[in-house]
Design a protein around this ligand. Structure first.
Ligand SMILES: Nc1ncnc2c1ncn2[C@@H]1O[C@H](COP(=O)(O)OP(=O)(O)O)[C@@H](O)[C@H]1O
Ligand SMILES: [Mg+2]
Length: 343
């Protein structure tokens, strides 16, 4: 039988439609059917059946599109090894785990320092010891800082930390705008220790990945986040995500508003240029693989020293970008396979 293209989903999760699949999976496969000769299938990844699935995919898959938010998986490292095993036998894997491990984690922000995409005031605190020795000085610089857990999504583990004149500390978590108070930096550091998980020595992929990335607080988050949506190296949309009035979080769950616009709209020309030029700085982190099939670069606005608008990269998402509200992008995804499998 001819090789086919597979979408891999997790069997559980809050991202499912009425039929148990992600609402954007079937539209992506339909678009592939319309443009290519590839046969299509959706499978579920079950950790206790992974060897059987691996054999099945090795035998039948030309390509797999992973549509699992690794945040939903307990055994992420295992799942990455599973994808790697497929790639090793020649199956095309989207997004390749070597790429996800580099781009989907917040430490990419520290790695991009020195390029146009990176902000120099970014630092990756890999260990709690490092955090205790460096964070208090970093916080004192502006009295306010953002901490992001290296691997998180939807605002979980992203904290706005500020120091008041009396030395007390105030934090807001982006997931739900939940607020906490601490008497002083010592109490804050002490309570924050629990957020640092030790490295798992058996992990193949996740070595050196525990920790938090510290970023400059960008007050223009009040104007929203600018999301550039890409299919491989092609920009397909610019999404303006605006937080609720007076709030910090621009995640959809927290009530932020999303507007989809064309990358050809002149108002986005600077961020489009920054993204296109920035692709070459991202390339070294692809480990020889292609750019992700469907991915995003999120920016927050700031002013440069002359008061001109600039865009600061705030995260990259490439593990499982949802297009449920914008199904027309399924066509762009399908086009990627058209070259080889044109109808
Ligand atoms: N440097 C920053 N300055 C101000 N707000 C920020 C900053 N970084 C993130 N945020 C806010 O926190 C939210 C979550 O952070 P983000 O980096 O997007 O992580 P994730 O979406 O993976 O949880 C953003 O949507 C934004 O509202
Ligand atoms: Mg985000």
């Amino acid at each position: 039988m001819e090789k086919r293209i597979f979408i891999i989903e997790y069997q559980k999760g809050s991202d499912k439609g009425f039929d148990g699949f992600r609402p954007d999976s079937k539209p992506i496969l339909m678009a592939i059917r319309e443009t290519t000769t590839l046969e299509r299938e959706i499978v579920f990844y079950r950790p206790n059946k992974k060897y059987e699935l691996l054999e099945y995919l090795k035998e039948n898959a030309y390509a797999v599109i992973s549509r699992i938010n690794p945040g939903n998986l307990k055994e992420v490292d295992e799942y990455f090894q599973f994808l790697k095993a497929l790639s090793n036998v020649g199956v095309e894997v989207h997004t390749h785990p070597d790429v996800m491990i580099n781009l989907d984690f917040k430490d990419i922000l520290a790695k991009l320092k020195g390029t146009k995409l990176g902000d120099d005031d970014t630092y990756f605190y890999h260990t709690y010891t490092d955090f205790v020795s460096k964070f208090p000085t970093d916080l004192d610089k502006y009295g306010i800082r953002v901490l992001k857990t290296n691997y998180g999504s939807t605002g979980e583990g992203v904290y706005l930390v500020s120091k008041k004149e009396d030395g007390s500390i105030f934090t807001v978590e982006a997931v739900n705008n939940e607020k906490f108070y601490f008497d002083d930096i010592t109490e804050f550091l002490h309570k924050f220790e629990a957020n640092f998980e030790p490295d798992n020595e058996n992990a193949a992929y996740f070595q050196g990945k525990a920790g938090f990335v510290g970023c400059r607080y960008l007050e223009r988050i009040a104007e929203g986040e600018i999301r550039v949506l890409l299919v491989m190296d092609k920009l397909v949309s610019v999404v303006h995500k605006k937080p609720q009035e007076g709030e910090f979080s621009a995640t959809l769950f927290s009530g932020a508003k999303y507007n989809y616009e064309s990358p050809d709209d002149p108002k986005w020309k600077d961020v489009v240029k920054l993204t296109k030029d920035g692709l070459k700085d991202i390339k070294p982190y692809l480990s020889g693989q292609s750019y992700p099939l469907l991915w995003t670069m999120d920016y927050i606005m700031d002013y440069d020293k002359d008061g001109k608008d600039i865009y600061v990269l705030s995260e990259i998402n490439c593990s499982c970008v949802g297009i449920t509200t914008q199904m027309e992008f399924a066509k762009d995804v399908a086009k990627v396979f058209k070259k080889k499998f044109k109808k």
